[in-house]
Design a protein around this ligand. Structure first.
Ligand SMILES: Nc1nc2c(ncn2[C@@H]2O[C@H](COP(=O)(O)OP(=O)(O)OP(=O)(O)O)[C@@H](O)[C@H]2O)c(=O)[nH]1
Ligand SMILES: [Mg+2]
Length: 432
């Protein structure tokens, strides 16, 4: 597979291009995250370079003068690569590589490399390979033009073009095969999901390294892979657990998100995320000890909305409270995010309360049921008003039509009482 060569620990210089007057602390944070990504990928960052520009230079992203500075830095540190925090065009990569004489990568490639290294299951490996090919396909032409130029001269263009076509076809055939493989896995998955229908479903979501798997482990008492590194989890696992009232429920743990998660990965991981997409309630786990908590929350919310799940009720859970010594930080978060809850998965702090909140959140969902009450049974209408929340009433010629919201836990009791008026089975479980 494509390999950006981060197997041994290599020395890297990182580069960010920012707008003039950009917030320094944000730039610093982005560079820090790139440092962490490279560390996970197996490289040590030896220096960084920040270029302020209105917009990135078309040819080199950073512009001529800065390229010279970069060349010097590479020499000085004997760096093996330069990594940009932003996506580079193939032309920029080509120009930069020519100038600095070491490989030039962007953030997307580093993330793809980490995913490739961490993928264990057939599904994850297939998804990562598909994302990698997706990333490479539009870059093929440039790669070959690059080579033709390098080796130059008469006759390189013709075969080059043919080669590009052959490669493209090969890539496309391979991608097609990977997609078919994923579709097969998806069928198996939905069969498994069918077997679990009817149980309340919760899904852990959050920034990478927030502690989702740790929480999965303590809530379901199962053996889960936990590691202090980015993207330790790539596969979705589903485990059963019990809500405080004794009801059996399901919890899923899945891949974490990150700022600028490559779109190719989001697309190919869609089926892995299916459990998340279909959950009744999301548990958004946040590392509250991180200096950029709010950014992390926003990134996760954006990613969720790009996946079309912004309307699923979500419980905001601040994890790792044990690491926060300044109580003001927690007070501020609590004021800013009403309804949030503070826990420590590792220390077992506040987990009972979290479970209760999960149960409440699920019960709040309710189920919408339409009742048709003929006028001769009018006396029951007021009982229904006492029993449930009436969302809508329509007095037709023959009957009173009521749309009511029934808490999931009360469904059986409700059904036994009013079955004769329920024309259809419960239709949706959308929250109000
Ligand atoms: N101090 C402290 N550390 C925690 C807590 N919860 C998790 N951690 C640590 O945070 C690191 C990441 O935990 P994981 O559970 O693997 O995080 P994740 O969200 O599943 O991460 P990815 O799968 O990589 O996205 C591990 O080193 C955990 O031991 C906590 O409550 N307190
Ligand atoms: Mg995990």
């Amino acid at each position: 597979m494509h390999d950006v060569g981060l197997q041994q620990r290599e020395r890297a210089i990182i580069v960010a291009v920012v707008r003039k007057g950009a917030d320094n602390t944000i730039t610093e944070e982005h560079l820090e995250e790139l440092r962490l990504l490279l560390d996970t990928a197996g490289a040590d960052v030896v220096d960084d370079l920040v270029q302020e520009r209105e917009r990135p230079d078309i040819a080199t992203a950073i512009g001529k003068g800065k390229v010279e500075e970069l060349v010097e830095l590479v020499k000085e540190h004997e760096a093996a690569m330069v990594v940009f925090d932003d996506d580079l065009t193939p032309a920029q990569v080509r120009n930069l590589e020519k100038a600095v004489n070491v490989k030039v990568l962007d953030r997307t490639q580093v993330i793809l490399d980490i995913f490739a290294a961490n993928a264990r299951s057939v599904e994850a490996r297939t998804q990562v390979e598909l994302a990698q090919l997706e990333y490479l396909l539009p870059r093929l032409t440039r790669m070959w033009t690059h080579l033709s130029k390098q080796f130059g001269g008469i006759g390189t263009k013709g075969p080059g073009e043919t080669q590009i076509e052959t490669d493209r076809r090969m890539y496309r055939t391979r991608m097609q095969r990977l997609r078919e493989k994923l579709a097969d896995i998806d069928v198996q998955r939905s069969v498994q999901r069918k077997g679990r229908e009817g149980l309340p479903r919760f899904a852990l979501v959050g920034y990478t390294n927030a502690g989702k798997s740790s929480l999965m482990k303590v809530l379901t008492q199962s053996d889960v892979h936990i590691e202090d590194r980015l993207f330790a989890t790539l596969d979705t696992t589903v485990r059963a657990f019990e809500l405080p009232a004794g009801q059996k429920a399901l919890l899923s743990d899945t891949v974490g998100f990150i700022r600028k998660l490559p779109t190719q990965l989001v697309a190919s991981f869609r089926s892995t995320l299916a459990e998340t997409l279909e959950a009744d309630v999301l548990i958004h786990v946040v590392d509250c000890a991180h200096s950029h908590v709010r950014d992390h929350i926003a990134v996760v919310e954006q990613t969720l909305s790009s996946l079309g799940v912004e309307s699923t009720p979500t419980l905001l859970v601040f994890n790792k409270v044990d690491l926060v010594t300044d109580k003001h930080i927690l007070d501020d978060l609590e004021a800013e995010y009403p309804g949030c809850i503070f826990i420590s998965a590792a220390r077992g702090v506040n987990l009972g309360r979290l479970l209760t909140r999960m149960q409440d959140e699920y019960e709040d969902l309710g189920i919408h049921i339409t009742l048709h009450i003929p006028y001769e049974s009018m006396n029951i209408v007021s009982t229904i008003y006492d029993d449930t929340e009436v969302l809508h009433r329509d007095d037709t010629e023959t009957s009173v039509v009521l749309v009511v919201k029934v808490a999931s836990g009360n469904l059986d009791r409700f059904r036994s009482r009013y079955e004769q008026f329920m024309h259809e089975s419960p239709t949706s479980s959308t929250p109000v």
